[in-house]
Design a protein around this ligand. Structure first.
Ligand code: 2RA
Length: 350
């Protein structure tokens, strides 16, 4: 029999994309069960052509589940993932709760799929969306040229903060639309937007906010720490120099990263383009003369990381600059989770 799949957090921004993906991808699952909080229980969701009723989480609900894809807040995953494992499921978790645990593999199938087999806790972690968009492009260059350092700046969309992030930007855009003077005087955008900032520390409409995540040590944000810690773990380079500045921009979906990557050997743009053209999960979109760049409005709804603006650093022949954009809800979350779950399904049906 085909394995049973649970989707935990099925009604959130990522959960919704998980259901869409299950409808579009090759079917490897028997029964599919959808779970969410009490608030969403009872809701009907179409998934793989079936109308499924979302259930509230209970311990017993995991009985008979082979693989559970989790997209819930860290504390919810920390509580429920071990319960799912005790009930017999393998968990693929998209929260930050387990990513950096030494006994939990952090898997990006294009890069380290073999690690999915080493899961002593029965949990496989999915990387953060900002790391994922970037690392799919960085890893093949690392293999070819030997990475020494990453200097990163992110341009993160509001849906990275969930459905409430997307709703917040839409509401704010409605409030600022039409007033052509807004943004020309200090404070007037704040006034127009009002107090409802949703999950963000400042207005997102007509603005960029150099902050994502929570406060970590010494002024770094949690999101910036994730880019460093997760990149090191995925690439297997525990001492790699990584520095990131994470910025939220008024884009609905699609996280972008400006990358300055320093390698152990000299690199040139054409060679890098060749490596990236052959890399799985990457599409090269790099023709500035024709106005072709990797951008969220084009990458949204697609699977690969879009890479462009590839050029060698002017002052260092070992350094490459490029820009990468990926759909944070797909490869950044639901797609990578589904790819890992499919590896497990294959293992279970072997
Ligand atoms: C964000 N990376 O964009 C986070 C979500 N996991 O807010």
């Amino acid at each position: 029999a085909l394995p049973t799949l649970a989707v935990v957090g099925a009604t959130g921004a990522v959960g919704t994309v998980m259901c869409e993906l299950l409808t579009g991808r090759r079917n490897v699952w028997g029964e599919i069960r959808l779970f969410a909080s009490e608030r969403s229980a009872g809701r009907k969701v179409r998934c793989r052509g079936e109308e499924l009723t979302v259930q509230a989480l209970t311990e017993k609900a995991f009985d008979g589940v082979d693989v559970a894809m989790f997209d819930v807040p860290d504390e919810v995953a920390a509580h429920w993932a071990p319960i799912a494992v005790r009930r017999g499921a393998i968990v693929v978790d998209n929260s930050g709760a387990f990513r950096m645990a030494s006994d939990v593999p952090l898997v990006v199938p294009e890069i380290n799929l073999e690690q999915v087999q080493h899961r002593p806790r029965g949990i496989v972690a999915n990387a953060n969306c900002t790391t994922l968009a970037m690392i799919v492009a960085v890893a093949p260059l690392h293999r070819e040229y030997g990475l020494r350092e990453l200097v990163l700046a992110s341009y993160q969309s509001v849906s990275g903060a969930g459905q409430v992030g997307a709703d917040t930007l839409h509401d704010q855009l409605a409030k600022v639309a039409g007033d052509r003077l807004l943004g020309s005087r200090t404070g007037d955008v704040r006034q127009a937007v009002g107090d409802d900032l949703g999950p963000f520390p400042a207005p997102m409409a007509l603005n960029v906010v150099p902050w994502a995540g929570s406060l970590a040590e010494d002024g770094w944000s949690s999101e910036e720490m994730k880019m460093r810690d997760e990149s090191r773990k995925i690439l297997g380079t525990p001492h790699l120099k990584v520095t990131a500045t994470c910025v939220r921009v008024p884009v609905l979906t699609g996280h972008s990263v400006a990358v300055h990557a320093v390698f152990g050997t000299e690199i040139n743009a054409e060679g890098a383009r060749g490596v990236l053209r052959n890399a799985p999960g990457v599409i090269v979109v790099d023709d500035p003369a024709a106005g072709e760049f990797p951008m969220p409005i084009d990458a949204v709804g697609t699977d690969p990381s879009w890479v462009g603006r590839i050029r060698r650093a002017l002052d260092d022949p070992r350094a490459l600059n490029f820009f990468v954009t990926g759909d944070n809800l797909r490869k950044g979350a639901a797609l990578n989770t589904a790819q890992i779950a499919e590896l497990l399904a294959k293992e279970l049906t072997r």
